[in-house]
Design a binder for this molecule. Structure first.
Ligand code: 5GP
Length: 135
């Protein structure tokens, strides 16, 4: 079982930003900027491009709603999207609120926020996600 499966199942704590039956989103523990979020499928699949066309379309739609929620919670120019997957072998989409192109540089030093700050960031994204998907 991957660490991200254990996170999606609630076995390992995370700062939840969004979820549905098939996908889960949570704050990256070593964020590039505040609000840096990871979207994952609950199902274990390593390489995102091994997903079939329908699944990857649903995954991207989920990530779109999470990105809209991030942008509403954290005013930014755009939310950037990246797929790396070199560290954790469980497909994930990085969503990063950008004030500049530099915010998407994964070689940047990672930021550190208090538990209260992380919780508040996740709560803000989750509230916006619910507003977007329940309206
Ligand atoms: P990648 O596989 O895309 O290269 O990097 C994996 C990302 O997952 C990194 O940005 C890393 O900070 C994040 N990450 C790794 N382990 C955990 C974890 O246990 N919890 C959370 N919230 N993020 C993690």
């Amino acid at each position: 079982m991957t660490i991200f499966t254990r996170i999606a199942q609630g076995e390992i704590p995370s700062y939840k930003c969004a979820e549905n039956d098939e996908f889960y989103a949570f704050l990256d523990i070593n964020p590039l900027v505040k609000g840096h979020t990871l979207c994952i499928p609950r199902r274990e699949v390593d390489y995102i491009f091994d997903m079939d066309d329908d699944e990857i379309a649903r995954f991207q739609t989920f990530a779109k709603h999470v990105a809209q929620a991030i942008k509403a919670a954290f005013p930014c120019i755009k939310v950037g999207q990246a797929v790396l997957g070199l560290e954790v072998p469980h497909a994930h989409i990085h969503l990063v609120p950008m004030q500049s192109e530099r915010d998407m540089n994964f070689a940047n030093p990672k930021q550190s926020f208090t538990a209260d700050e992380m919780q508040a960031a996740a709560d803000a994204i989750l509230a916006e996600y619910r507003r977007i998907t329940e309206s």
